[in-house]
Design a protein around this ligand. Structure first.
Ligand SMILES: [Zn+2]
Length: 228
């Protein structure tokens, strides 16, 4: 399973005619926020792969229909275009995915910004859904996608760039193979973009990454075999 993950920045090497040569065959695109729809549409159109995404703090607010779907939080049928994963989990081609959107609140009334207390509730609600995964598939989750990082990992001390401690609780409880986030801009090669936390590899996808996962037959889950 080859996965393209993107966030925060339109990559000229992807947004052009040589996308397929650059990334190879891609089974799935994961969007971690702060990217315009036209870019995501371009990627999934040319790669012929489905998209699962969460919104970032720079994305425009949801329209009414989207907002109703999001608050209802119910299971959804995987669509050819994008699938908003916020607060939801989905089983797609043997992979258990879930997502949480947004970043820490730093300006009133802006969309996709939350306090730590609000995110704590989002995590509790998501955990309820993930318990069902555990009953049904024998494990909670394979990949968590978020916009913001967890607190203390790939984050910063200024309020807009502080991560959420509640994400770490979810990782401890569910031990997914991967957590993919964006939001933290990467300025040079010295910036740490991959960190192991318990059983989970946390990856800042700022720009883009290509990940290769292989099935783990004993657990029914997945392992990361390559990231580039
Ligand atoms: Zn952001």
């Amino acid at each position: 399973m080859r996965i393209l993950t993107v966030s925060d920045k339109i990559e000229p090497v992807l947004y052009g005619p040589y996308l397929r040569e650059r990334v190879g065959k891609i089974d799935l695109v994961l969007g971690c926020g702060d990217l315009p729809d036209y870019y995501l549409e371009y990627l999934i159109g040319l790669l012929d792969a489905p998209l699962f995404y969460v919104h970032g703090n720079h994305d425009p607010a949801r329209d009414v229909e989207d907002a109703q779907r999001a608050t209802a939080g119910q299971e959804f049928r995987v669509s050819d275009w994008g699938n908003d994963l916020h607060g939801r989990t989905v089983h797609y081609r043997g992979l258990l995915l879930a997502g949480l959107e947004g970043c820490r609140r730093y300006s009133p009334n802006a969309p996709f910004q939350y306090t730590e207390a609000e995110v704590a509730w989002q995590v509790i609600n998501l955990l309820r859904r993930l318990y069902w995964n555990r009953l049904r598939y024998g494990r909670y989750l394979d990949i968590l996608i978020t916009h913001a990082p967890p607190r203390g990992i790939h984050d910063a001390e200024d309020l807009p760039h502080q991560g959420f401690a509640s994400y770490l609780k979810l990782l401890r409880a569910c031990r997914p193979t991967l957590m993919i986030h964006g939001h933290t801009h990467v300025y040079n090669r010295n910036n740490v973009t991959e960190t192991d936390f318990g059983a989970t590899r946390i990856i800042n996808t700022y720009g883009y990454r290509v990940l290769e996962l292989a099935p783990q037959w004993e657990t029914g889950g997945w392992e990361l075999v390559r990231s580039s």
